[in-house]
Design a protein around this ligand. Structure first.
Ligand code: UDX
Length: 452
């Protein structure tokens, strides 16, 4: 139930494991689109996977929810769980899915929560189904997803672990069975109670977000004392207890998961009367980090009024057209409200960004976006920016100012090219700044952040 990001990726991958899947959605337009062979989201490899499994008859789409429920042994709830302004999770779609299941189920069903939901949702779903159909025979299971946009299929097919929380052996075995290719490939299966499975998802995302907020704060301290955060992250990450991943300092985390899930976990703690200052601080720190990008730009160009700023990258991260909670949006809002013109280029996220910010001047390539710009700001580390023709950017721009919010260039090389280059947690460089005395033997310290 639900053919959004999680439902579509999970459905297509489960079909590829040999299961027969019907993706059902109340949005009939979306179902029609999927039936005509189109995939409404940008995710590498998804269209081929959907097509292959449709052609083999294992994956179908329908708007007939009654039929879909009646004909399935296992029903996955994959509907959205947006944030409310208070940070609490809006559970209305999950509740409504549970009511629908209660309404149409006739024989034993396993109801799996795949949507990211606060701990305690398994119980809620069970109660709702019981209210609708008191004599129902069913089990509720929690099976959270750990999919990153841009590599969701690989994450599903080659996960670090599969988490299944169930209250009965019958349900646990049935859900393990649909993951048989992973089980047989010795992927660790974490089999636990429903509440623990629900917590694993939230706790994992909160810790991943905490690593990012932590390294962003370390970056600020590095700036104050002349240390280089990329060297610091490398040195920290080699400690196996810390690990190198999610330690890239940047513009702050965005996307549909980290901001929402961290706030959701903080709200869950509050609701349970639990003091959790650390969890709350992850979000506060991230909000500050995004604001710091605006402040850094202001320190470079002064008053934004009447300025032209080039933004490279709008998506919340590379390889997606998703702009939800993207740090670029905050930058655009600050610039536009202060009277600046924003010329932007992003390989995939331009249409979404312009719909949200009609004032945005969308350009066909980075060089057009840099034309007459008072500063160039890199917001998203798309690979194509890594090998850009930087002298051409410099030539087009009105001023040689470059704010790199993702640390993808070498400060010394940028200064040598003639840029006034500012990045995150590294010493800023001006044209003419010489190479550091010890730079020849410090090469490893100049590596880009480890990002796997
Ligand atoms: C995340 C989780 O990784 C995934 O397990 C979960 O199920 C859904 O949420 P996703 O939001 O797709 O996935 O993106 P991810 O690659 O984790 O990046 C999230 C944000 O953190 C991006 O804005 C990214 O730019 C930022 N980030 C990530 C950093 O700033 N530094 C890092 O080191 C890593």
């Amino acid at each position: 139930m639900g053919t959004g990001y999680v439902g579509l990726v999970s459905g297509a991958c489960l079909a590829d494991f040999g299961n027969v899947v019907v993706g059902v959605d109340i949005n009939e337009q979306r179902v029609d689109l999927l039936r005509s062979g189109k995939v409404p989201i940008y995710e590498p490899g998804l269209e081929e996977l959907v097509t292959r499994n449709r052609d083999r008859g294992r994956l179908n789409f329908s708007a007939d929810v009654a039929f879909a429920i009646k004909s399935s042994e296992i029903v996955f709830i994959c509907v959205g769980t947006p944030s409310q302004p208070s940070g609490e999770v809006d559970m209305s779609f999950v509740h409504s899915a549970a009511r629908t299941i209660g309404q149409y189920m006739e024989d034993y069903k396993i109801v799996v929560n795949k949507s990211t939901v606060p701990v305690g949702t398994g119980d809620e779903v069970e109660q709702i189904i019981r209210q609708v159909r008191p004599d129902a025979d069913f089990d509720v299971v929690s099976n959270p997803e750990f999919l990153r946009e841009g590599s969701a299929i690989d994450d599903f097919m080659h996960p670090d672990r599969v988490v299944i929380g169930a209250g009965s052996q019958r349900a646990m075995e049935a859900v393990i069975d649909i993951y048989r290719p992973l089980y047989q490939a010795d992927v660790p299966m974490v089999l636990t109670g429903i509440e623990s499975a629900e917590m694993i998802k939230y706790a994992s995302n909160a810790l991943l977000a905490a690593k990012i907020s932590f390294i962003n704060e370390i970056a600020s301290v590095c700036e104050a004392y002349g240390a280089d955060v990329t060297a610091v992250a490398r040195g920290m990450g080699l400690d196996e207890r810390i690990g190198p991943r999610n330690l890239s300092a940047g513009a702050g985390y965005g996307g549909s998961c980290f901001p929402k899930d961290v706030q959701g976990l903080a709200a869950t703690a509050r609701r349970g009367d639990v003091e959790a200052p650390l969890i709350q601080a992850i979000d506060t720190s991230n909000v500050r980090q995004r604001r710091r990008m605006v402040d850094k730009l202001q320190a470079m160009v002064g008053d934004f009024d009447g300025k032209t700023i080039c933004l490279l990258g709008l998506a919340f991260k590379p390889d997606t057209d998703d702009i939800r909670e993207a740090p670029a949006l905050e930058m655009i809002a600050a610039l536009v409200s202060a009277g600046a013109t924003v010329q932007a280029y992003d390989p995939a996220a331009m249409a979404h960004s312009q719909a949200e910010h009609p004032e945005l001047v969308c350009c066909d390539d980075p060089y057009t976006a840099a034309q007459d710009a008072d500063a160039v700001v890199l917001m998203t580390e798309w690979n194509e920016f890594r090998n850009m023709d930087l002298p051409r950017i410099l030539d087009r721009a009105a001023a040689p100012k470059f704010l790199d919010c993702r640390n993808i260039y070498d400060p010394q090389e940028m200064a040598a090219l003639g840029f006034e280059y500012v990045s995150i947690g590294r010493v800023s460089r001006r044209p003419g700044d010489g190479l550091e005395e010890n730079s020849s033997w410090m090469v490893p310290g100049r590596f880009s952040p480890i990002r796997t």
